[in-house]
Design a protein around this ligand. Structure first.
Ligand code: PEP
Ligand code: MG
Length: 845
């Protein structure tokens, strides 16, 4: 027969999955000789059997009865005894922690008679009555479903009982065993409460795990001045500093510490109050940390000078604390370097690379938008780029607030602390530019209204004027009226250490997407091993350049275009020189012009003359994403790409002549779908390079961002030196979704309604887009086994996508400068996971 119940000191094979997190902690502590109240765990298997049968579990009741009997023997108290009753808590505890999601009932075993006995045996009537009141209320809520609001902590026992009787139409159960049985059933049922289900969906926890139930002898921290209760961490969970951190309350019960009804004292003060218990607590915590080799978060109670541990678990911590603890524990020989690297959650690192809101501060969120670029900033509202530039240059903090931004706003964006837009998605101009600059951006904020005439805005229910201060949090999409204190980014020695260890473990190289020397330098500082994508379109904006670019587009013939391009060339060249210098000795992939030309012209209503108006109309497209863009521009107007290749060649030569390292130039053609496209563009590239810099070593390759390119990668590889997967466009074209038309619209609905689990523009769709990548890799390498392969879509900085890229054998990932540290860590973890799997297979797993 299946064994469903285990005493804490009874060996069980199923570990955490069987006993749950709390149960395994109590069992291991008991077995380590750490003082834990006596008790037993009813397994998750019992819960699963309960759910499967719809109620009855054969043999369970008898087994529980046996364990209660053993508990009575051990404690010398009897369950239901009217004089000195055994009291227990009934606590849930799933294998994966779901804090506060399921139910717990304390003080089970009290009734009208035994409450008097408890008062006598403790000499404390108030305490006994308080315990009984808590039981009636907790039992009423969790077992009988009485609304929480029906009760109050000020209720007397009589009042609580009255409410119970009124709401349930029966008396409070007096039989201790019945209380226990019903409390256990209620904990099982709480696994399927709607809040628990929502939590599981949010954190990807399977619905069929079930919860264990722990029945634990009650120990009381509220038996006078030699009793106490508290919580503690073995290291500071916000900084990772060594030392003991925690708080306690003398003469109190567990929930008083969390409920905030009394202010707890810092743990050190326990030393003066109960020195023996304090010393024992410190020794116990040290033993627990040595055993678990990780920071522990514990609950304890001191009953009349005697210490008991009620729980131990791996402490949740900030990114800074995770890093410090991992580095320190490696120095203390508790863990190895690879374990230290494996323990840091790369997603959490974002916290460290941008200023954040101080979550301890008081603030009210006025509106939500898309979390388009991480970081937080406060500043005065400005409604146009010129004002932003003016105030920014004067040293004022400003937030640019717009319906949406355009390339014309760039000077304002540069001077602003952050940007807030009412329209636009994650790839809107504001979002892309802000991410590149490492500035916060909240985009697509529906609850924002702008009246540029009156210079007012409405954010949620707040009416504000230009000049009023707001705070935006681009990491979460929150918009707040007024200033909120910020916590600055922290890149310290420990962070560097972890990243260096990660570098020793990873196979994937990490490059950055950077369009200017400043971003390139930032990327290098963060450890980028080159530039995987330098977009060139931003180089055509700016006061002096845009009018020339427009002349090129408006020119009636090739000669006119060439004339304008000749004037643009020096600008491009100087931009490339600065980037090559910042990246001296490292590869730099320059992507030739990609967006449709109409992006460089104003709106038709703003055309300055008839010729411009006509050209704007001519260039209008129904679906610009699928129109005349990418290499199609270079095929139709080769002089544009010629100028760009010439500028690259001249910049490389100039940098080399100035004595710098020769840059490793990689010319990349966008949106190639056919071999013939790249064949022609390769010929163009080779011709211009031969004219300008015959000695220069360079590579000529393509982005793979169309399904056809992935499928015909073998042919395309014949004329390519490298491939870089452009998964932004590859996702759009594979899924048939325009990102700007999906995010904040139907895609949001899909995610809310669980049609899709993840946003495929953030987390690579491994089955669909990923499969095309796999095909592209296989077919490309069939033609050229040594071909260099990378990714430069935004997925290159997302941990699970980085692991996928490692798995299909790419050589590098490329992501925004601020995500480089995250990608370094994710690449190391991918290598570690692969090694683990190999070991498992070798061991016959
Ligand atoms: C891509 O499509 O993945 C890419 C990197 O190019 P862009 O985002 O500039 O279209
Ligand atoms: Mg693209």
């Amino acid at each position: 027969m299946t064994h469903y119940v285990y005493d804490f000191d009874e060996p069980a094979d199923g570990g955490r999955e069987l006993l749950g997190g709390k149960g395994i902690g109590l069992a291991e502590m008991t077995q380590l000789g750490i003082p834990v109240p006596a008790g037993f765990t009813i397994t998750t298997e019992a819960c699963r059997a309960y759910m499967a049968s719809g109620g009855e579990v054969e043999g369970l009741e008898e087994e529980i009865a046996e364990h209660v009997e053993r508990l009575e023997e051990r404690t010398g108290k009897r369950f239901g005894d009217p004089e000195d009753p055994l009291l227990v808590s009934v606590r849930s505890g799933a294998a994966i922690s779901m804090p506060g999601m399921m139910d717990t009932v304390l003080n089970v075993g009290l009734n009208d008679e035994s409450v008097e006995g408890l008062a006598r045996s403790t000499g404390n009537e108030e305490f006994a009555r308080d315990c009984y009141r808590r039981l009636i209320q907790m039992f009423g809520e969790t077992v009988d479903g009485i609304p929480h609001e029906s009760f109050s902590i000020d209720d007397s026992v009589e009042r609580a009982r009255e409410i119970y009787e009124h709401d349930t139409a029966h008396g409070f159960p007096q039989d201790a065993r019945e209380q226990l049985r019903r409390a256990i059933t209620a904990v099982f049922d709480s696994w399927n409460s709607s809040r628990a289900k929502i939590y599981r969906r949010t954190y990807d926890i399977p619905d069929d795990l079930g919860t264990a139930v722990n029945v634990v002898q009650m120990v009381f921290g509220n038996k006078g001045e030699s009793s106490a209760t508290g919580v503690a961490f073995t290291r500071d969970p916000s900084t990772g500093e060594q030392g003991v951190y925690g708080e306690f309350l003398l003469n109190a019960q567990g929930e008083d510490v969390v409920a905030g009804t009394r202010t707890p004292q810092p743990l050190e003060e326990l030393h003066d109050r109960l020195p023996e218990a304090y010393d024992q607590l410190l020794a116990t915590m040290a033993a627990l940390e040595r055993h678990y080799r990780d920071v522990q978060d514990i609950e304890f109670t001191v009953e009349e000078g005697r210490l008991y541990l009620l729980q131990t678990r791996t402490a949740k911590r900030t990114a800074a604390a995770a890093i410090k603890a991992a580095v320190d524990m490696t120095a203390e020989d508790l863990i190895q370097r690879d374990e230290a690297v494996a323990r840091i959650d790369p997603k959490q690192l974002d916290q460290l690379l941008h200023p954040r809101l101080d979550e301890n501060a008081q603030f009210e969120v006025a509106a939500h938008g898309l979390n388009a670029s991480p970081g937080a900033a406060s500043g005065k509202i400005v409604l146009d780029a010129d004002t932003a530039e003016e105030h920014g240059k004067a040293g004022e903090a400003v937030i640019l607030v717009r319906w949406e931004t355009t390339p014309d706003d760039i000077h304002g964006l540069i001077q602003a602390q952050g940007v807030l837009t009412a329209h636009g998605g994650m790839t809107s101009h504001a979002a892309v530019v802000a991410r590149g600059m490492g500035k916060p951006c909240v985009a697509g904020c529906d609850d924002l209204d702008i009246d540029s005439g009156k210079k007012t805005v409405r954010i949620g229910r707040h009416k504000l004027r230009e000049g009023d201060v707001i705070t935006i949090d681009g990491g979460t999409g929150r918009v707040i009226v007024g200033e909120v204190p910020l916590v600055p980014p922290a890149i310290n020695e420990d962070f560097e250490t972890i990243l260096e260890w990660a570098d020793e473990l990873r196979r994937l190289k990490v490059r950055a997407n950077a369009d200017n020397a400043e971003d390139a330098a930032k990327a290098r500082e963060f450890g980028a091993q080159g530039i995987g994508l330098c977009r060139t379109e931003h180089m055509f904006f700016g006061e002096e350049r845009l009018p020339v670019m427009q002349q090129m587009i408006l020119a009636g013939d090739e000669a006119g275009r060439r004339d304008a391009l000749d004037r643009l060339l020096p600008f491009q060249q100087s931009d490339f020189e600065a980037i090559f210098e910042a990246m001296a000795g490292l590869p730099v992939t320059i992507r030739l012009l990609d967006p449709p030309l109409h992006e460089f012209l104003p709106d038709e209503s703003e055309a300055t003359d008839e010729r411009m108006r006509r050209r704007i109309r001519q260039l209008h497209e129904q679906n610009p994403m699928l129109g005349t863009r990418g290499c199609r521009l270079g095929i139709q107007w080769p002089e544009i790409y010629e100028m760009q290749v010439r500028a690259i060649a001249r910049a490389a030569t100039a940098v080399q002549e100035r004595g710098g390292d020769a840059p490793l130039v990689e010319v990349m053609h966008p949106l190639v779908g056919f071999r013939e496209e790249l064949r022609r563009l390769r010929e163009l590239t080779e011709r211009v390079m031969e004219e300008e810099a015959p000695e220069l070593d360079y590579l000529c390759g393509t982005m793979i961002e169309l399904p056809r390119a992935a499928l015909r990668a073998d042919e395309i590889a014949e004329v390519a030196d490298f491939f870089s997967f452009g998964t932004n466009d590859l996702t759009q074209t594979t899924l048939g979704m325009s990102r700007d038309d999906a995010e904040g619209k139907f895609l949001t609905f899909y995610l809310e309604d669980s049609v899709l689990e993840r946003n495929p523009f953030e987390v690579l769709d491994q089955e669909g887009v990923g499969d095309l990548m796999r095909i592209g890799v296989e077919r490309g390498r069939e033609t050229k086994p040594e071909m260099k392969l990378g990714i430069c879509g935004e997925h290159g900085g997302e941990p699970s996508s980085v692991e996928f890229c490692h798995g299909i054998g790419l050589d590098y990932v490329s992501c925004s400068p601020y995500r480089v540290p995250l990608a370094r860590l994710a690449a190391a973890q991918a290598a570690l996971n692969e090694a683990d799997r190999a070991e498992y297979v070798q061991a016959g797993g």
